[in-house]
Write a protein that binds this ligand. Structure first.
Ligand code: UGA
Length: 437
């Protein structure tokens, strides 16, 4: 099929690449000329495992192309996906400026007698589909189209895999003609398809992300009880996770959830519910617990080091999770800034995130950056694990310990085995686990 994706960010670019890999002809539209030039030159603006090969292969096969022209994309394609950002506003509600603008652009590009399916893939508040349809109609009286909601559930760091092998595909539709075309788009993916009305599909996305955030906050709240009682949160998570009704995934205690989705979507869902007159106070507690995790972690560091001022601290990890270069809304970055604010001297190392952390000025210039994890710990009085990169697990711990001034490890992601840390002679603080001394 001929498909158009408007917006070449994380969701748009990965979706476009995966659709073309499945044999569709895809036109990716982005209004950022620089980004389109970069993609034409074969350079990928984001790091995502497997994405670069996928883009190169499908561009060479002439199934994937890039343009700044919405008209071009709309002319060539039966189905037009909207994948533009829906950033948060200061009050937590969703800024719909980009979606509204794209709806008008599509309206202006639609020609009489040319039926098109307009699909919203961005995360949007419930009832957005109705507004997109009304907008297109207002700006183009003769347009023949249907609007579909098709939320995306991919995770950064495994976006290609998530998109190629999704748990489910949700199609929110009020038109059989449009639903049939959507089924054809997704036929090569061999995933279960759930067809709903448009409003339900839109709600599924916010409800899913908020539920996963709730799961994380739940285990983080349990981790505080474990610390107070001497239990081990990893064993508790294993024990409850073995109940198939609960499941072990997203029960990893840590510094809390970050990134571009969970914090924003929980806030948005609270605002949406508020606006609909049905306050969702449970989610406010989810946010409160998430914010408390970093404070508890800093208290732990003060417990181990007494005073943080003038301490030399090595931080491993800056990205909001492993296998991505994304440092936006990263708790690792928040932690570094808090340590600096308390007067500590920080040397950080991250396999992929250092460049963007500096480029976007997310950490102060006083933070030193190391070329290797081992270089970061030289003469350090403590080592902090802020992101659970695999690379950190495979370090030579004898060498790490010999490089450090004092062997204190504060593990914000429960990456290490306490018994191993004890063997190597570290004083080891983790989340929701007894301290190893
Ligand atoms: C999340 C959802 O998982 C995707 O399904 C969704 O499509 C996406 O948001 C989105 O709305 O676009 P993502 O933000 O890429 O994906 O990352 P996750 O892997 O979900 O992790 C989010 C945060 O939760 C990270 O900071 C991670 O460290 C934290 N987390 C995750 C935990 O603290 N504990 C866990 O057990 C799992």
């Amino acid at each position: 099929m001929d498909l158009c994706i408007i917006g070449s960010g994380y969701v748009g670019l990965v979706t476009g690449a995966c659709f073309s890999e499945m044999g569709h002809h895809v036109t990716c539209v982005d209004n950022d000329q620089r980004k389109v030039d970069m993609l034409h030159a074969g350079r990928i603006p984001i790091y995502e495992p497997g994405l670069e090969e996928l883009v190169h292969r499908n561009v060479s096969a002439k199934r994937l192309r890039f343009t700044t022209s919405t008209q071009d994309g709309v002319d060539q394609s039966q189905v037009i996906f909207i994948a533009v950002p829906t950033p948060p506003q200061p009050d937590g509600s969703v800024d719909m400026t980009f979606i509204e603008k794209v709806a008008r652009e599509i309206a202006n590009a639609l020609k009489p007698g040319q039926y098109r399916v307009v699909v919203d893939k961005s995360t949007v508040p419930v009832c957005t589909g109705e507004r997109v349809a009304a907008t297109i109609q207002r700006y183009n009286k003769t347009a023949e189209f249907d609007v579909i909601s098709n939320p995306e559930f991919l995770r950064e760091g495994c976006a290609v895999e998530d998109l190629m092998k999704p748990d489910r595909i949700v199609i929110g539709s009020s038109s059989d003609r449009a639903t049939d075309l959507m089924r054809r788009v997704y036929a090569p993916f061999q995933a279960p398809v759930l067809v709903t009305d448009i409003n339900s599909a839109e709600l599924i996305k916010h409800a899913a992300n908020s539920f996963l955030s709730l799961k994380i906050s739940y285990i983080n709240a349990v981790s505080a009880i474990c610390e107070a009682s001497g239990a081990d949160v990893e064993l508790v998570a294993d024990g409850i996770g073995m109940d198939r009704r609960i499941g072990r995934q997203f029960l990893n205690a840590g510094l809390g959830y970050g990134g571009s989705c969970f914090p924003k979507d929980v806030k948005a869902f609270i605002a949406i519910a508020e606006e609909l007159g049905v306050p969702f106070n449970l989610l406010k507690e989810v946010e409160r617990i998430n914010a408390a995790q970093l404070e508890r972690f800093l208290r732990k560091m003060r417990d181990g080091l007494w005073v943080l001022k003038e301490k030399k601290i090595a931080v491993w990890g800056l990205t909001f999770k492993p296998d991505t270069d994304d440092v936006r809304n990263s708790l690792a970055i928040d932690l570094v800034n808090r340590l600096i604010a308390e007067g500590a001297s920080v040397t950080a190392y991250d396999p992929k995130g250092m460049e963007k952390a500096i480029e976007w000025k997310l950490i102060p210039a006083s933070v030193k950056l190391a070329k290797t994890p081992l270089e970061a710990v030289a003469d350090a009085e403590a080592l902090v694990i802020a992101t659970e990169w695999k690379e950190f697990q495979n370090q030579d711990f004898a060498a790490v310990k010999s490089q450090m001034h004092t062997p204190l490890v504060f593990d914000g992601r429960n990456l290490f085995d306490p018994a191993t840390m004890k063997e190597f002679g570290f004083i080891y603080y983790a989340i929701g686990r007894p301290v190893v001394k």
